[in-house]
Design a protein around this ligand. Structure first.
Ligand SMILES: [Zn+2]
Ligand SMILES: [Zn+2]
Length: 493
């Protein structure tokens, strides 16, 4: 019987071969199957097993061919937090090389790979944040040079957001900036906190443009500047809204997230801290938040990582603490600060901390307007004025050693300071050491911090001036005027 079956099977194979591709072969097979039902069943089972085993082999060979992908997935599983930071927050953007083009090429594959691997370890938030904006999308952040104050205008796909508007004296400037840029409506206006150097210029902005949403940590504050802000917020918008932590607002393809506010009752620490996310790039705005607010943010566990940090409180040592900076890990930082300000901003310590964290720093007092653009993968920056690394890292209000002593004369051009960017930084009141390096004779002008008049050192008025009001100034006449000082009518400097 056995022999018979095998023989008939062999003869079937032979016949089938000879009748290949003809219907006869199929008919023969059906006939053969009918004859040898049981044995065929066994053969089929054996064949099935073989197929299953070989399928498994094929699979593993397939995996081998995709080693990079496999490894990436593995890596995601082993280090989920690292991978989320890389994928979601453009961590590679934030700590990448200084060369923007290298950054772009380095980050792009990361995104496409993780988007395509799409493993179960990838969180929903990550999925949200790695959406790269469409090719026709636009995004820019302009840090406006408003002296010792803050103002940033953000544009995304034709939508606008204004974060702070400088001081009262910047009001007309804010009006003309919006007019020039043809911004008739602001989607979002943020008064980071109630201080005049942040909300003072917002009435000017709201005098030109309407606003959909106006955010501030408080709705009332007992100053004329704030009352004006409230007036315009009601007139050109829907009044002031206190946002809740975690609130998200769209701005074109970008998303604004409120990370914290009202950390303490101290006005600076009420500052709204928010992040603007555009694709894989992000901007963190901290207002004048100081270490208490920074600590509160750290405690809350929010994701602080950002490509660009607007340094808190004009570079004051009260802000930009190490732990806070470590969480943000920015690639760039912007300090909004006034030339020759009497606070000595930015201070040495926060500058050192930024240097240690390998952050590229820009300053409005040295760089003028600072504009960041983003394609969703990496940012690029352009400044109105270039400044040397050395001058950027020199604290504001620092003592500048006078190298040539000049007798005051109207024709003398100021070239006598060691850093051209910090000509105005000698103050006797805040920097005790400056009193020893600068004498009345050495200073070019003496300005009265109280009356905002400036004089030649030999002017009679100087002898009647209180020492604490004197500001020994070695910069140019124009700089003093730009700082809001006017020349004395007697000595006519
Ligand atoms: Zn401020
Ligand atoms: Zn403040």
């Amino acid at each position: 019987m056995n022999g018979n079956i095998i023989t008939s099977y062999r003869s079937y194979i032979r016949t089938a071969h000879s009748k290949l591709e003809s219907n006869e072969a199929m008919n023969d097979f059906i006939l053969f199957a009918k004859k040898t039902k049981r044995y065929l069943l066994i053969i089929l089972i054996v064949l099935l097993c073989f197929t299953l085993v070989s399928c498994g082999n094929t699979d593993s060979r397939f995996d081998e061919a995709k080693i990079p992908l496999g490894l990436h997935v593995q890596d995601n599983r082993n280090h989920p937090s690292t991978s989320i930071q890389e994928d979601g927050e453009g961590r590679t953007v934030a700590i990448g090389t200084d060369n923007p083009s290298e950054t772009t090429t380095a980050t792009t594959p990361t995104f496409s790979t993780s988007a395509s691997t799409d493993t179960e370890t990838t969180t929903e938030t990550t999925q949200d944040q790695i959406v790269i904006p469409p090719a026709n999308s636009t995004f820019s952040v302009k840090f406006i040079d408003v002296g010792q104050a803050d103002a940033a205008l953000i544009e995304c796909d034709g939508h606008y957001m204004l974060i702070d508007g400088g001081g009262k004296s910047d009001s007309s400037r804010m009006y003309s900036i919006l007019k020039k840029e043809d911004v008739k409506n602001l989607d979002i206006v943020v008064g980071s906190h109630a201080h005049e150097d942040h909300i003072g210029g917002l009435p000017g902005a709201l005098n030109y443009a309407t606003a959909d949403l106006i955010l501030c940590p408080v709705t009332s504050y007992d100053t004329k500047a704030f009352r004006d802000f409230v007036k315009y917020a009601n007139l050109k918008g829907n009044g002031i809204v206190v946002p809740r932590v975690g609130a998200k607002y769209p701005l074109g393809s970008a998303t604004v997230t409120i990370l914290g506010l009202n950390a303490t009752s101290d006005t600076n620490n009420t500052s709204i801290v928010l992040k603007v996310q555009y694709g894989a790039t992000s901007f963190l705005f901290t207002g004048d938040a100081e270490r208490e607010a920074e600590q509160a943010l750290l405690n809350s566990g929010v994701d602080l990582s950002a490509t660009v940090l607007k340094v808190g409180h004009h570079g004051s040592d009260t802000s930009t603490t190490y732990p806070f900076l470590r969480e943000i890990m920015p690639k760039y930082a912007v300090i909004s600060v006034g030339k020759g300000n009497s606070y000595g901003h930015p201070e040495d310590n926060p500058l050192s901390r930024l240097r240690d964290a390998d952050v590229t720093v820009y300053r409005t007092d040295l760089n003028g307007d600072i504009v960041f653009t983003s394609d969703g993968r990496s940012v690029s920056v352009s400044v109105a004025k270039q400044a040397s690394y050395e001058s950027i890292m020199t604290p504001g209000g620092a003592v500048v050693v006078v190298t040539t002593v000049t007798t005051p004369a109207k024709t003398t051009k100021s070239t006598s300071t060691t850093t051209k960017s910090e000509p105005s930084s000698t103050t006797t009141t805040t920097e005790p050491s400056s009193a020893t390096t600068t004498t009345t004779g050495a200073a070019k002008y003496i300005a009265n911090k109280n009356t905002k008049k400036f004089h030649y050192p030999d002017c009679y008025s100087v002898t009647r001036m209180k020492e604490s009001n004197k500001w020994y100034f070695n910069g140019s006449r124009d700089e003093l005027i730009a700082l809001g000082y006017s020349p004395c009518g007697n000595c006519k400097p």
